[in-house]
Design a binder for this molecule. Structure first.
Ligand code: F6R
Length: 247
């Protein structure tokens, strides 16, 4: 795992945006093969998405040959629910609707269960030819997507139970903490590490311990992000606060 540290979250986010732009701009699309970019929600990617939008307006990047695919979604929230990740992407990432994919919080016919939606998402990733670049954040407890501690490193997209700590942290987005869903649909660690390249952004002091465990402790199921040590092309991008516990 390669570390790229920057003094501030602004600089770290600009670095991630420039990396994404570089990978898209150096990709040679064909009629059948677009650049497949996997994206997160949450607080971490906000400045990256702003920078990408700015560069798009400035003509430095185009998403014409890009397909985006998201890491996760809450079970039970419809796509028009204000806290759904679908709404988050609508608000923060401007790409035509036929080029972006999210796991559905409520099954979309012909699927009738979240499990069917998950299986179909795995098939979608395969039909797109796999993920070229996966961008994600990291949870305070070391989770990646919604793979909480003790998740299998071979896990595929599935329904997961959210850890109470994660529900508490995410309660800041909801009017009432009891509204935070108890389950999510999430790409598995196995799905994530099948990506060709992974960039993880960690900003703020609250992520410092997760960053240390992911990088410096051995590969351990108690810290799902440590599975990234098994991948040959991972860049962990930090600001000074998130990297403060590294030796
Ligand atoms: C979100 C996701 C989560 C977040 C993580 C950090 O799509 O997959 O793993 O990346 O919970 O959240 P923030 O960025 O809000 O600190």
């Amino acid at each position: 795992m390669y570390l790229s540290n920057h003094p501030t979250k602004e600089e770290a986010s600009k670095y991630v945006a420039s990396l994404i732009i570089n990978r898209i701009n150096t990709f040679e699309p064909t009629q059948n093969r677009k650049f497949v970019l996997c994206l997160p929600t949450g607080s971490t990617p906000l400045l990256v998405y702003k920078e990408l939008a700015r560069k798009c307006e400035g003509g430095e990047i185009s998403f014409e040959h890009v397909i985006t695919i998201n890491l996760d979604e809450y079970v039970g929230l419809s796509s028009d629910h204000p806290q759904s990740y679908y709404q988050f992407m609508e608000e923060n990432f401007d790409i035509p609707s036929n080029q972006f994919h999210l796991l559905p919080g409520l099954p979309i016919p012909p699927h009738t269960t979240p499990q069917e939606s998950c299986a179909s998402y795995e098939s979608l990733i395969t039909s797109l030819g796999g993920i070229h670049l996966l961008f994600m954040g990291i949870g305070e407890n070391g989770h990646i997507a919604f793979n909480e501690p003790c998740s299998s490193f071979r896990g595929r997209t599935r329904v997961v139970k959210l850890n109470e700590g994660t529900r508490k942290v995410n309660a800041r987005f909801f009017d009432d903490p009891s509204e935070v869903p108890r389950h999510a649909l999430s790409m598995g660690v196995g799905t994530i590490i099948d990506s060709q390249e992974i960039v993880v952004l960690a900003i703020g002091q609250k992520k410092a311990e997760a960053v240390r465990k992911a990088m410096e402790d051995g590969v351990n199921h108690l810290c799902p992000a440590s599975a990234l040590q098994l991948h040959e092309k991972v860049i962990l991008v930090t600001d000074d606060e998130a990297s403060q516990n590294l030796r």
